[in-house]
Design a protein around this ligand. Structure first.
Ligand code: F6P
Length: 320
């Protein structure tokens, strides 16, 4: 009997999701599986947005941002009755395996489904880079490059106006986007959950930068770090000698054509996911560890977050 494997994307979209969908579907077909696409994440299972696909379904998508399968946040999936209904729907189609492309929230949904007998493989895709079991998530590199380009541009105009740009980046309580983009752009200050100067230290640092006759100051802030970022901006204007503006980069960080690095990562992880199914391995999440493809039990990966940042924090300290 032909094994039936479905794929969906879930949570916030990330550049490279399409490349991962392509890799999963093409390698799955090559392995002899019937491949199904599910639209709109876990909600699509409940609403039966499930179709059998061939290899042309994923033609011309490797370079496209977003996800052709659409995605959704679906809090109802915390209810075990909804999860049971989803498992029933998948069984109706004869689908035994589900590949979930998304972040840690999506993994929790996938784990819940695995408890109802569906065999799961998780592929990490989120710009936040906050998924356990991998040193890099699909989408992180593209978002990092998008931020880098934006900050370089803000540097120009900040210099012209003797201004402090306070640039808010995404990350959902993980500082990787802030820490890596801050390092890539050589900014004056990074404020993230892992690197959190006090308000006094922030003001002191900016005052000193101004006293040293800098033409501008660049500050990268992870989202969700301040109840009211505007208050900090006002203090900077009043106390440091710089004019200051807040620049929230927002969902621009989630869009755009994926970088080569994200496309390659998506291809590697997608093919690896199918290889694992062929070996009879399931209920795992795939990832990169020390640059090599690895898998971990989904039960472990859903427990906690956060990779080791000590080495990067040391670089940031030495270059500030
Ligand atoms: O998880 C990706 C992410 O972009 C986070 O960085 C951000 O906090 C969140 O999604 C925003 O989600 P939404 O677009 O659903 O508001």
């Amino acid at each position: 009997m032909t094994v039936k494997v479905a794929v969906l994307t879930s949570g916030g979209d990330a550049p490279g999701m399409n490349a991962a969908i392509r890799a999963v579907i093409r390698s799955g077909l090559l392995a002899g599986y019937e491949m199904f696409a599910i639209f709109e994440g876990f909600r699509g299972i409940i609403e039966n947005k499930i179709v059998s696909v061939d290899r042309t379904f994923v033609s011309e998508i490797i370079m496209r941002g977003g996800t052709i399968l659409k995605t959704a946040r679906f809090p109802e999936f915390r209810d075990s009755k909804v999860v049971e209904k989803a498992a029933e729907n998948l069984r109706f189609y004869g689908i035994t395996h589900l590949i979930v492309i998304g972040g840690d929230g999506s993994y929790r949904g996938a784990y819940a489904l695995s408890k109802h007998g569906i065999k799961i493989i998780g592929i990490p895709a989120t710009i936040d880079n906050d998924v356990m079991g991998t040193e890099q998530t699909i989408g992180f590199d593209t978002a990092l490059n998008t931020i880098t380009e934006a900050v370089d541009k803000l540097r120009d105009t900040s210099s012209s106006h003797h201004r402090c740009s306070i640039i808010e980046v995404m990350g959902n309580r993980c500082g990787d986007l802030a820490l890596y983009s801050g390092t890539a752009c050589g900014v004056d200050l990074i404020i993230s959950p892992e690197y959190r100067p006090s308000e006094e230290e922030i003001i002191e640092t900016l005052k000193n930068i101004n006293l040293n006759r800098a033409r501008h100051a660049l500050v990268i802030v992870s989202e969700k770090q301040f109840e009211d970022l505007e208050k900090l901006r006002e203090r900077i204007v009043e106390e440091t000698g710089f004019d200051a503006k807040i620049e929230v980069l927002g969902r621009i960080q989630r869009g755009g054509s994926p970088t080569a690095s994200d496309r390659v990562l998506a291809g590697r992880l997608g093919v690896y996911a199918i290889d694992l199914i062929a070996k009879g391995i399931d209920n795992v999440c795939v990832g990169l560890v020390d640059g090599r493809l690895r898998h971990h039990a989904i039960a472990e990966v859903t427990k906690s977050t956060n990779p080791n940042l000590d080495e990067l924090l040391n670089v940031i300290d030495k270059l500030k």
